[in-house]
Design a protein around this ligand. Structure first.
Ligand code: ZN
Length: 154
């Protein structure tokens, strides 16, 4: 039913790696959710002719879901290689912090096409408020298509 929830690895990868994706991962068991921004990085000048693909991964860390993002880590894919996620020197969280460990876990599940693990997490793509066109990031807003301000929750 929810148009903004994605369930297949193909859909998830093409959305997540599209270049400027905002996505929310939600634990089915606990309802806990985190919002990430996955933005394509420009090739390094030292990369040479066949650069790996890289994406900066930021985590929503404040109340403004258009601006309050902090560096989390980097997704990387060498030419025809496997996608991997790791910390960078700018990472704002430790490896064991739930948003960091959760994203790493999710990427491994996607790479391995692990259906059992993928069933434990909901993936929501970026939606926009049907009323004011601002980005929606929490699962309820995305399901309803209206942000908390526009539906009068805040
Ligand atoms: Zn709105």
């Amino acid at each position: 039913m929810p148009e903004h929830r994605m369930t297949t690895v193909g859909e998830i990868l093409s959305f997540m790696l599209a270049g400027n994706a905002t996505l929310t991962l939600k634990s089915v068991a606990t309802g806990k959710h985190y919002t990430y921004k996955v933005k394509r990085a420009k090739p390094w000048s030292s990369d040479g002719a066949n650069p790996p693909l890289r994406w900066w991964v930021n985590i929503l860390s404040g109340p403004d879901n258009t601006a309050d993002y902090s560096p989390l880590g980097m997704l990387k894919q060498a030419h025809q290689g496997v996608l991997s996620f790791g910390k960078t020197s700018r990472s704002c969280l430790a490896d064991t912090a739930p948003p960091m460990a959760g994203f790493a876990w999710f990427i491994r599940a996607v790479v391995n096409e692990d259906a059992e693990k993928l069933a434990q997490v909901e993936f929501w793509h970026e939606g926009r408020c049907g009323k004011c066109n601002r980005k929606l990031t929490d699962p309820t807003s995305i399901r309803l298509g209206i942000g908390p301000v526009c539906r009068g929750d805040s």
